[in-house]
Design a protein. Structure first.
Length: 219
């Protein structure tokens, strides 16, 4: 049965409840900015665990930016979707050109959101990678590859709503588990699963990270 979340905050609280029923270890929470941060904040505070951000950027087709052909993430992680490249009649070199452009914005966001803070030590830990939804999974794939390089014991992608097909593909190829409140066969747009799906801005991200830090839920 389809259920719409009131907002990302409600979705995060419901996801936290689902995670408490599933996890038996203390995780590190990494939220994907920007939309994943309000969700990740609720998860981290509910679980009483650290909150940090891991920055990733979608690579849009040049003549249709809303169509993702891949993604990049911190540390040089890259994912390119060969099917979208073929559809758009683009090459890997075209994708790398867009990646180079997006890398500047990625670096800006890392500086803004974390300043001089390094990512937490994830070696041997369980890491929850949190976003507000999982549709095609390009950004999640790049982010997962970035986290894998840092040596976690277990990597879990946690989202309020996920495409069942994409979630199954990521379980096979990128992460140890995908945990979602809802996993419909037909997802459509992630925004359709929220009553309030406003665009999260830098100020909101920074406010939530500051609040998490003050509550002791951030490194």
């Amino acid at each position: 049965m389809r259920m719409r979340f009131r907002n990302r905050e409600e979705a995060g609280r419901m996801l936290a409840k689902r995670l408490r029923e599933t996890l038996d270890e203390t995780p590190v929470v990494l939220a994907l900015p920007r939309g994943g941060v309000p969700v990740g904040y609720e998860v981290a505070t509910a679980l009483g665990v650290p909150l940090e951000v891991l920055v990733a950027r979608k690579l849009g087709v040049p003549w249709r930016p809303e169509l993702g052909m891949g993604a990049i993430a911190e540390g040089g992680a890259l994912y390119v979707n060969p099917e979208v490249l073929a559809y758009a009649d683009l090459t890997n070199e075209d994708a790398l050109g867009v990646a180079k452009q997006e890398a500047r914005e990625l670096a800006r966001r890392v500086r803004l959101y974390r300043s001089e803070r390094p990512l937490p030590d994830m070696r041997g830990r369980t890491v929850l990678l949190v976003d507000d939804g999982l549709a095609t999974g390009g950004t999640a794939r790049a982010a997962a590859r970035a986290v894998r390089a840092l040596g976690p014991d277990k990597l879990v992608l946690a989202v309020p709503v996920a495409s069942a097909e994409t979630a199954e593909a990521l379980r096979r190829e990128e992460v140890d588990e995908v945990i979602a409140v809802q996993e419909p066969d037909r997802l459509g747009a992630v925004s359709a699963w929220y009553e309030d799906f406003h665009q999260v801005d830098d100020e909101e991200v920074l406010t939530l990270l500051t609040q998490a830090h003050n509550l002791g839920a951030s490194p």
